[in-house]
Write a new protein. Structure first.
Length: 140
């Protein structure tokens, strides 16, 4: 997955701090959009990236994240809560809790999945194990 970023400063060991402007799910620049989704998209984020091309501060660059890591994070964030919801819903049904009881148990599973994804994300960020690489200078 590639994203556009701006190099903010150079770091030791051939790395750079980059600022990534997050885009909406539709892929458009929210600053120029009248769709009203700007409240849902947070501001720019800072990340470290391997400076493979020797980019300098204030340069616009393209960064790339490791696909395997991104897909693993997506699976945790999206799949775990849903699997827990349906799994605990099924368990509630098997134990004869009725539709309401099974749904309540499923909601508990969903909440547990979201909380665990948030905790995992915090630990992942603290370890700094997400690897980004500056792959080229951005066009324009």
């Amino acid at each position: 997955m590639t994203q556009n970023a701006v190099v903010k400063r150079l770091l030791p060991n051939g790395k750079a701090e980059v600022e990534v402007t997050r885009q909406s799910a539709c892929g458009h620049d929210c600053a120029k959009c009248g769709g009203g989704c700007t409240e849902m998209v947070s501001g720019p984020i800072l990340a470290e990236a391997v400076n493979a091309i020797g980019a300098q501060p204030n340069e616009r660059v393209v960064i790339e994240g490791e696909f395997r890591q991104l897909m693993g994070l997506a699976a945790i964030v999206y799949a775990v809560p849903l699997v827990l919801f349906f799994g605990l819903f099924a368990v509630g049904s098997l134990f004869g809790l009725g539709e309401g009881g099974a749904a309540a148990l499923g909601i508990v599973g969903f909440v547990l999945g979201v909380v665990s994804a948030i905790q995992y994300n915090k630990r992942y960020k603290a370890r700094g194990t997400m690897v980004f690489t500056i792959v080229s200078r951005a066009a324009g």
